[in-house]
Design a protein around this ligand. Structure first.
Ligand code: NAD
Length: 379
């Protein structure tokens, strides 16, 4: 059954959310829900809305612009992946000139990222209509790329207070991007489950996301049922995974993905290739996470099951395929060691090297044969 809900009061399962930590964020979910985005903004008192999107989605916002009428004070279509500072500067300028009081991001993590960066510089509220499974729309995390690399941080001002999920908008996502973007969402849930600091709500959202995520991955890779059902599961699970990301510190997986991203590897693909390897590496020190995955997926060895499904679906399963040169692995291992972060097991430069080498070769990782042996000590 397809989902329809408004969750500043109740979630999809009918549970009362009024007392939960994410009070203050209005989430609207449903097929065709994006047609209600203008009315939802009006309901929240938005008077001057700047619409932010990527060039590829520029035509998709025409309906929203019409519905907003004079409340739409501009459209910024230059959003780009990794949120370059030069793009942010132009977007802030557009918001300032238009005297925007809200910025609505329509698109994936790139559009949401630019809207968030505007909110760091101007007194605007942020709304989002997500069209991928990246999950940025649920978090207070921002990131901007400049000459000195990517700066990231957390700030409550950047968190969208209105999110309108419309699975119909994801029907145009190409197959590979759909799957790798969903695996990016899975990485948020898995890391929240083994996080050293996660809120109860983040843990609950992470656990709730696992079953619909697994169904969606299978439904989108080899359709046996109407695509609508898989898209519905996928966006719902991604929304939960985004909540998990918001309420938890990320660990080994995100840090490695960040290091490799610095070498120019594609964002969603990097996450998807790394995930079975980071799961197998942390598996022995994350029994609760592995138990949740086993129960939701009905498999014995979650990293091996994930890797085998990726392989069968024709997705890249080695870093070599990103592509990434073997000669970059030593640099990446050193960088990962330099960046301190909380992980359920400590790793040395040699450990990172072994993990990255296994992921580069594309050996099937498993809990019984992890890329590294059992941890020598616990933190
Ligand atoms: P993206 O926004 O760059 O989108 C990828 C491509 O898909 C773009 O070319 C876009 O135009 C296209 N696209 C988007 N929706 C589409 C649709 N429905 N149909 C067809 N094409 C579509 O990438 P992304 O994976 O959504 O986001 C990645 C970025 O988000 C990264 O920069 C990452 O760092 C950031 N991110 C941030 C957070 C956070 O909490 N701050 C969380 C996750 C990701």
């Amino acid at each position: 059954m397809l989902r329809t809900f408004v969750s500043d009061t109740h979630d999809a399962a009918g549970r009362d959310l009024t007392e939960r930590a994410h009070r203050g964020v209005r989430v609207v979910f449903g097929w065709g829900a994006s047609e209600r985005a203008a009315a939802e903004l009006e309901r929240l008192g938005a008077a001057r809305v700047l619409v932010v999107t990527t060039a590829g989605r520029a035509e998709d916002v025409a309906g929203l612009r019409r519905a907003l009428a004079e409340r739409c004070v501009g459209t910024f279509t230059e959003a780009a992946s990794h949120v370059p500072q030069s793009v942010v500067d132009r977007a802030v300028d557009a918001a300032e000139r238009a005297r925007a009081d809200w910025v609505l991001a329509w698109g994936g993590g790139a559009a949401v990222g630019v809207a968030k960066a505007v909110a760091l510089a101007r007194p605007v509220r942020v709304a989002a209509v997500p069209t991928t499974y990246a999950g940025s729309e649920r978090t207070d995390i921002w990131g901007v790329s400049g000459a000195e690399g990517k700066r990231t941080g957390r700030d409550p001002r950047v968190r969208p207070t209105l999110v309108v999920y419309d699975p119909a908008l994801t029907l145009t996502l190409p197959r590979t991007l759909s799957l790798t973007s969903l695996l990016n969402a899975l990485a948020h849930s898995v890391e929240a489950l083994w996080s050293t600091a996660a809120t109860p709500r983040a843990l609950e959202a992470a656990r709730d996301s696992l079953a619909p995520l697994w169904r969606a991955l299978h439904g989108l890779s080899a359709p046996t049922a109407p695509e609508q059902e898989a898209r519905d599961d996928a966006l719902f699970a991604a929304a939960l995974a985004g909540e998990a990301l918001h309420g938890a510190t990320m660990a080994l997986h995100h840090k490695l993905a960040h290091v490799l991203g610095g070498l120019g590897t594609p964002h969603a693909l990097t996450h998807s290739v790394l995930l079975p390897y980071t799961m197998a590496t942390n598996g022995s020190v994350a029994p609760a996470a592995m138990a949740a995955l086993r129960e939701a997926w009905q498999v014995d060895d979650p990293p091996a099951a994930l890797w085998r499904w990726m392989h069968a679906s024709g997705l890249p399963t080695s870093l070599r395929g990103l592509p990434l040169a073997q000669g970059d692995l030593a640099w990446a291992a050193r960088r990962a060691t330099e960046q301190r972060y909380p992980n359920p097991r400590p790793l040395t430069e040699a450990d990172y090297g072994a993990l990255l080498t296994a992921a580069w070769r594309g050996d099937c990782p498993s809990l019984t044969h992890p890329p590294l042996g059992a941890p020598r000590s616990r933190p």
